[in-house]
Design a protein around this ligand. Sequence first.
Ligand code: FES
Length: 171
Amino acid sequence: MESKNLTKQPQKSGQTVDKRFKIIDITMKRNHYRQDALIEILHKAQEAFGYLEPDILEYVAHALKLPLSRVYGVATFYHLFSLKPSGKHTCVVCLGTACYVKGSDKVLTALQQELGIKSGETTTDKQISLLSARCLGACGIAPAIVFDGEVAGKQMPENALEKIKTWQTED
Ligand code: FES
């Protein structure tokens, strides 16, 4: 199945494809695009995406008019930030309030049991990284999970395990 990578840049200034970028936009705006708010903005971005990948770092660097090297420097210096995980596939389970009350914690538990890893870890064969986030910006379809950049809504343990199985059985 073709997977659409949602961590793409805005099409035009002010218009984003992925709602999670909107969360970053709001945070930057609230901080008046101040460069010294970088840590707070990256923190918000990580809450929304589960980790920081190059697209996000570039996006923030551009918006704050900071050199990308500076943004990478901060993202790699602080332990509270994690960069893109090493698994071939990534699965980010939302544990934000709307998703949590609809059982996303149970989905995460089922995935952890199936994969034998905890959130934030990658399987030993490097196939799958499992992560969690706080609000993916898709509360209307809670509980939400992002599989390889594609947001899936109304996820129950069965759906999520089925998806993971397709990754486990591919060549
Ligand atoms: S709380 Fe999960 S998408 Fe908002």
